[in-house]
Write a protein that binds this ligand. Sequence first.
Ligand SMILES: [Zn+2]
Length: 203
Amino acid sequence: MATEPVDSAFPHLKRWTRPVNYGGANWPAFFSSGFGRSRDSDVLERSNFETALEHLKGFDSDCPVCKGSGERNEANDPTYLPGISTSDQYKTCNGFGRTVIEVEENHWAVGWVAWIAIHESNVLALAKAEELRQHVENYPILDEDKFSEDEWTEASETWANFSIADRVSAIQRYGRGISVFAARRDSIPEDDSGSLFEYLARG
Ligand SMILES: [Zn+2]
């Protein structure tokens, strides 16, 4: 397929290409935002993904091919009319009817992955994704406040789900100066130097 002018306008974004041994939906008319998450994502990856999705959804629009209906037609799916073989050209939004789509796929190694697909026609969303990718190239956190909240949530949940024995062992390893009796409380010990929190926030 010929490279369209839009591709070179967004050097940080990649047009979807079919992975090897891939049996899922085709997205040749879409770019990847460059933000994704999986079952194994850490707090930062999840936080950036959610921030990017929220920004990009602000530019969402009806799919220009199916006019938002999500229905197949001769313009978006070559198999709709027999005898047309342009399978790498078709523009289907795979039934979503949108130009900014959170796509979840099963993955052999990590269970599932999610990525943000942006239709080639949505240049404003593409420009925003390009800007967000440039941001993380210079500084890894998209939204500092949200990331801090997400870290706190992760650490709190980890602590709450720990057994007393897990908590004692975490305090002994990371919580210098903290009494092991703090293990009985369901809230993270407050007098911590930061290393216990960091450990808990890693999940
Ligand atoms: Zn469509």
